[in-house]
Design a binder for this molecule. Structure first.
Ligand code: G6P
Length: 606
């Protein structure tokens, strides 16, 4: 994963790069480092977060160029030596790298035999030494970078600084994202548009096999394969920087949970027909002529986005005459799937950068499938790879644990379902009924969020338990999976989800009075069946927390009440309570909620 930022121009490079790195911490935060050049060269690295790196800069520093990195370790432990920037033997060439150099061991062997001394255990360091080696052989800086890029294999977004040409940063990408921001006599390079928005809203998204040579006077973009110049389109992206602040909340996660209602409103905006009998989705309109022979839809994503896919499968099956599949992207890409033009692959991703989702999508596209994206981050790699797509407009999601993004993905799926169903058999009144109910959901979530003190009490009551089950059937199964994932990833307690009907086939063996079970059972077509499963747990002394809008007469240990709605919309009401529970549980344990251990928000390694 990792995030990289480079800056050159009239402002204080140190400040800009540190601010930029903070915005990229969602990509990794186990260690970080920076090299800046002004009156002299300053290199600093540390284990920990960007705030720890800031501490190392006590006095004011004047620098107009530099590169920085925030790391999520892949090759080599979390140490200062393994933190970037890495450098060559002479400490002239400095690089920051996001990705993995797959052939680094053979390259390192050759370089070590030639006498190069390595400082770290990383794959990335070979890049600095390779460039040095070509320079030693008489090539100039740019030619050396060029040759190096053609030697390394794997994935990379790279920024390279040469102390002997301190007016320049060379950047390159293959498979890892990289954006160039173009200001007035100043430039910024970063893994995503958030740091770019610190100085400009004009940017260029580099594509695979491209390199950018940027100096204070201008920039040039070339293919490092054939060395030909490339004319790239500049795009304007107005990212409201203020929406990436905590705005008085203790953590981003709780702020983002409270943004769930507005995330739905933003996803809906402009997409419901005036008379509410259908939806308008530009991306689908663009490719609809290709969907005439559609037979199969495959939804794919990772982590929480995969749970949106699972929800989408159950939803689409209910209303559409196609075969619907939901697949974890990291599995899908290695399976032998027959893709054709009768298959639509929908990739769901908050960041639009998850490598497994991207690769599964590329594979499907190359083999002839039609591709569509449900993406939150504008201009991201997946958004630019799909045939068409829709943005969820949930706004920047900064906490590693995804919350409002999921809610907006579910909303987008409902809009897509209605668009396709209206082209099939769905009657206008049915669409209207769903859409009118959907428009009421944001206020219903606001009501749930207003009851947070009850969830805080519940978290207090359950804080000493170490194991949890989350159960649900049909539309509530992805909800149960999300509840369990959220709790384990930020609280580090064991939590698992099961289809409620599956308990009796094994998992119920673990139930006793020390194993609380969340049962998600809104008043839908499977309510009675799920309540029977709940009774089976109570019969074995299991503690039960029931999330519903209908409560059985028998006494239940804990109740979380939600407003009523349509069967397909209940997940939008049950998920927020589970997000609140996971948050307050972790908060009582005083854990690093926005940056949980071992995780990163955007997973750009396989
Ligand atoms: C990481 C994050 C999860 C997220 C998943 C997919 O694992 O920690 O919160 O659900 O990636 O991310 P995406 O950006 O593709 O939705």
């Amino acid at each position: 994963m990792c995030g990289i930022v480079g800056y050159l121009g009239k402002r204080n490079a140190l400040e800009i790069i540190l601010k930029g790195l903070e915005k990229l911490e969602y990509r990794g935060y186990d260690s970080c480092g920076i090299v800046v050049y002004g009156e002299k060269l300053i290199l600093k690295k540390t284990v920990g977060m960007v705030k720890d790196l800031k501490e190392l800069f006590k006095e004011k520093i004047k620098a107009d160029i530099g590169i920085g990195h925030t790391r999520w370790a892949t090759h080599g432990g979390v140490t200062e030596f393994n933190a970037h920037p890495h450098f060559d033997c002479q400490k002239n060439i400095f690089i920051v790298h996001n990705g993995i150099i797959e052939n680094y061991q053979e390259l390192k062997k050759i370089l070590v035999n030639k006498g190069h001394l390595f400082n770290s255990e990383t794959d990335s360091e070979v890049i600095a030494h390779l460039i040095e080696d070509f320079i030693n052989q008489g090539d100039n800086f740019e030619a050396s970078v060029h040759k190096t890029l053609n030697l390394i294999q794997g994935t990379f977004a790279l920024l390279i600084f040469n102390k002997n040409e301190p007016n320049k940063i060379i950047a390159a990408r293959f498979s890892s994202p990289l954006v160039l921001g173009i200001g007035k006599n100043e430039f910024i390079l970063a893994s995503d548009p958030l740091p770019i928005s610190l100085i400009t809203d004009r940017m260029i998204f580099l594509d695979d096999s491209e390199m950018a040579i940027v100096n204070k006077e201008g920039y040039e973009i070339k293919s490092y394969v054939n060395n030909l110049k490339i004319d790239k389109k500049t795009v304007g992206l107005d990212l409201k920087v203020k929406t990436t602040e905590k705005e008085g909340f203790k953590h981003y996660m709780i702020k983002e949970i409270f943004e769930e209602p507005i995330a739905i409103e933003n996803t809906l905006r402009g997409r419901i027909l005036k008379d509410k009998t259908g939806t308008k989705i530009r991306g689908l309109e663009e490719i609809y002529h290709k969907l005439k022979n559609l037979k199969r839809i495959i939804l794919t994503g990772c982590g929480t986005a995969y749970y949106a896919c699972l929800y989408g499968k159950y939803l689409f099956e209910e209303f559409l005459p196609y075969i619907i599949e939901a697949e974890i992207a990291s599995e899908l890409r290695y399976r032998k799937i027959n893709y054709d033009q009768e298959t639509l692959v929908i990739a769901i991703s908050q960041s639009g950068e998850t490598i497994d989702t991207l690769e599964a999508l590329k594979e499907a596209k190359n083999k002839g499938a039609i591709t569509f994206g449900i993406i939150n981050v504008p201009g991201s790699t997946i958004a630019r790879t799909v045939d068409a797509g829709m943005y969820t407009y949930a706004g920047p999601e900064m906490a590693v644990a995804s919350t409002k993004a999921l809610i907006s993905q579910i909303t987008a799926l409902i809009l897509i379902m209605i668009y396709l169903a209206r082209k099939n058999l769905m009657k206008p009144e049915e669409a209207k009924n769903i859409l009118e109910e959907l428009e009421k959901i944001p206020d219903k979530i606001r009501y749930i969020l207003g009851q947070e003190s009850l969830i805080i009490d519940l978290a207090k009551n359950l804080i000493n338990y170490k194991n949890f089950y989350f159960l649900g059937r049909k539309f509530s199964l992805p909800v149960a999976l999300e509840g369990a994932l959220k709790l384990k990833e930020i609280s580090y307690v064991h939590s698992e989800a099961y289809p409620a009907g599956e308990m009796k086939h094994g998992p119920i063996a673990l139930i006793d009075e020390n194993f609380p079970v969340f049962v998600i059972a809104p008043n839908d077509s499977l309510y009675q069946k799920t309540i029977s499963n709940l009774e089976e747990i109570r019969a074995r002394k299991g503690k039960v927390i029931l999330i519903s809008d209908k409560f059985p007469e028998n006494k239940i240990d804990y109740l979380i009440s939600i407003p009523s709605s349509l069967e397909i919309l209940y997940p939008l009401l049950t998920i927020p309570s589970l997000h609140l529970f996971a948050y307050y549980f972790a908060n009582l344990l005083d854990l690093s909620i926005d940056r949980p251990r071992n995780l990163a928000k955007s997973v750009t390694v396989e």
